[in-house]
Write a protein that binds this ligand. Structure first.
Ligand SMILES: Nc1ncnc2c1ncn2[C@@H]1O[C@H](COP(=O)(O)OP(=O)(O)OP(=O)(O)O)[C@@H](O)[C@H]1O
Length: 585
């Protein structure tokens, strides 16, 4: 129960609703328990009439009164049971909502490394399945426990008062029922977890084949994927059947034990009545109803125990995530406005998860408003430099300064707020093009969106779609070409008008002519912004104030276009090669 203590703050938050729920539950159970009493009384009245002890008129009045009381008690109990669910079960939904938000907000502050070391499926499970199991503890488990305790306390008081020995016999099979249901529930839970796992394997497989359908079709391997899916499906079917087998035992077991209890009541009660130990025949009917009323709550003791165990395990997993501290922490509470001066001083960086040394002793200085171009072979560390400026990772060797302050001492949100980043793989959300661009500036006007799209040279493409800027992208909508995606992603960054712009090889899928036009616009837009352009093309780099060439994480050349084409080296070679390619075109 240690892990579940985390939920106490929520119980406290909703204490008033819970207290009302508990009171309603108790009152409703008292009303439920009126029924056996009145049924017993009614049978006694009939028996008295048969024995000639009362007149027909008295018999009729008493019977009608009793029946009215039974109906009245049932109606009140019904209304209260409805209110009980409305309070306790609703609280469990509120807590479920709060907990999901708490986990999601925590996910948002965790660093990239956390996402790399945890599978997306696991992260999703914490927020859906695990929270769902915890809710069962907060809602149904709590409700049934109060239910059982109240029902038992009130019923046993009534029963002992009426026939103490019969009470003892009646209750005898109930612990057996509770233990059996507990064992069965555990088995059901175990098997449902197995079914869940196999279902998630099945859906992951289906999802992957749908995403990669063009590859599957072009390689003509549909038969292979079909048979793999059929195998997984058959495995899942078998697991479902195994689960159904144990689930099917649940109700027969209950009916069996209720039957045993009923038999005991009839036999022992009958004998006692014959011996005169029980005064009224109605008591037997009363006890039969008690048995039937108590069976379900007793069964729930076993069920609830297994619910609590599951919730405990789920909450433990959730707590593990909630306890994970973000590696990148904000060190300054005050906002720190950023001008955009960037300096790398002997920066070396090793990716913690792979131990790959991505940067070695990298130094450069970039004044606010200047443009830096980074060139180099694939895997030479270009993107890593951009990630470090956005403080997606912290470094251990060297120093990165922004406006002469070590980056880790700046307000993290101010820093990131001041950056417009266009990643290598443009990521667009399944939303309209307009909203995807506005992601960079939530309060942007339509004119600003269009202007940004024009500057990124994607406006004409967008208005070519029948729904224009309202065209939905992604799974539910159209698929943009690689170059269109990159340009929407550029529009998203420039609409923000940030102090620092980072372009990570974001024109690679754009033809050289469009690239030239975009670059021209960028020169105008980034006039007073610090800009870093990562590229494999000299055309993107040649206008930069500074160019650095990386190889295996080290700077091997530095200068501007004129300097670098006048010396032998990587840059000149690339320039000559790309110049001749252009001539061929
Ligand atoms: N997130 C990461 N985790 C671990 N290693 C990484 C990560 N990103 C990059 N690396 C490794 O760091 C090195 C530098 O990668 P980086 O992405 O900075 O190169 P790049 O010059 O941008 O390459 P490209 O031109 O192909 O984009 C590579 O060896 C790469 O495998």
């Amino acid at each position: 129960m240690k892990a579940l203590k985390h939920l106490n703050k929520y119980f406290y938050k909703y204490r008033y609703r819970l207290i009302i729920g508990v009171i309603i539950t108790i009152i409703s159970k008292i009303f439920v328990l009126f029924t056996p009493r009145f049924v017993g009384d009614s049978i006694n009245i009939i028996s008295d009439k048969l024995a000639g002890k009362i007149s027909y008129d008295v018999f009729k009045t008493e019977l009608i009164t009793n029946v009215s009381l039974i109906i009245g008690a049932a109606i009140v109990a019904g209304i209260l049971t409805f209110l009980m669910r409305q309070t306790i079960i609703n609280v469990s939904r509120y807590i479920e909502y709060d907990l999901k938000n708490e986990i999601y907000q925590h996910y948002q502050v965790l660093s990239l490394n956390f996402y790399k070391s945890n599978r997306t499926g696991d992260l999703m499970n914490r927020i859906s399945e695990d929270v769902g199991k915890v809710r069962m503890y907060v809602g149904p488990a709590l409700m049934y426990t109060i239910n059982t305790i109240t029902l038992f306390t009130v019923a046993i008081i009534y029963m002992v008062n009426t026939a103490p020995v019969l009470t003892l016999y009646t209750l005898l099979p109930l612990p057996i029922l509770s233990v059996s249901i507990y064992k069965l529930s555990r088995l059901i839970n175990k098997r449902s977890t197995i079914v869940q796992q196999s279902l998630s394997t099945l859906s992951t497989y289906a999802q992957e084949t749908f995403s990669g359908i063009s590859v599957i079709k072009s390689y003509g391997i549909e038969t292979k994927t079909n048979s793999e899916f059929a195998d997984l499906s058959a495995e899942n079917r078998q697991k479902q059947i195994n689960l159904t087998k144990v689930q099917a035992l649940f109700f027969p077991l209950m009916i069996l034990l209720i039957g045993v209890s009923n038999l005991i009541v009839i036999y022992v009660g009958g004998m006692q009545y014959m011996n005169g130990e029980i005064e009224n025949i109605g008591t037997i009917a009363e006890f039969i109803i008690y048995v039937n009323m108590l069976t379900w709550p007793v069964a729930t003791v076993g069920w609830v125990t297994s619910l609590v165990q599951q919730a405990e395990a789920s909450q433990e997993r959730i707590n593990e995530f909630l306890k994970t501290e973000p590696e990148i922490k904000n060190a300054a509470n005050e906002l720190t406005p950023i001008k955009g001066n960037i300096e790398f001083k002997n920066v070396s960086f090793v990716y913690p998860d792979t131990n790959i040394q991505a940067l070695k002793d990298v130094s450069f200085t970039l004044k606010s408003g200047e443009t830096l171009a980074i060139l180099g072979k694939t895997g030479s560390g270009k993107s890593t430099i951009l990630d470090l400026i956005g403080r997606l990772y912290d470094i251990e060797n060297g120093n990165i300064l922004v406006d002469n302050t070590t980056i880790s001492k700046l307000n993290l949100y101010s820093l990131r707020e001041s950056i417009g980043y266009v990643p290598q793989d443009a990521f667009l959300f399944s939303d309209t093009i307009k909203n995807n661009i506005m992601f960079g500036k939530e309060d942007a006007t339509d004119e600003e969106v269009i202007e940004a799209a024009k500057d990124a040279k994607v406006h004409k493409n967008i208005i070519g779609f029948s729904k224009g800027y309202d065209t939905i992208l992604g799974e539910r909508g159209i698929t943009l070409s690689g170059g269109q995606k990159q340009r929407v992603s550029i529009a998203r960054a420039i609409i923000k008008k940030p102090e620092i712009l980072l372009f990570d090889d974001c024109l690679s899928a754009v033809d050289t002519e469009t690239e030239e036009k975009i670059l021209k616009n960028l020169v105008r837009l980034t006039k007073d912004k610090t800009t870093i352009i990562v590229s494999h093309r000299v055309s993107s780099a040649k206008n930069a104030d500074q160019i650095i060439v990386l190889e295996d994480g080290k700077i091997i050349q530095t200068g501007n276009h004129e300097n670098l084409i006048s010396v032998e080296g990587y840059y000149k070679e690339l320039y000559t090669k790309q110049l001749s390619e252009k001539e061929i075109q």
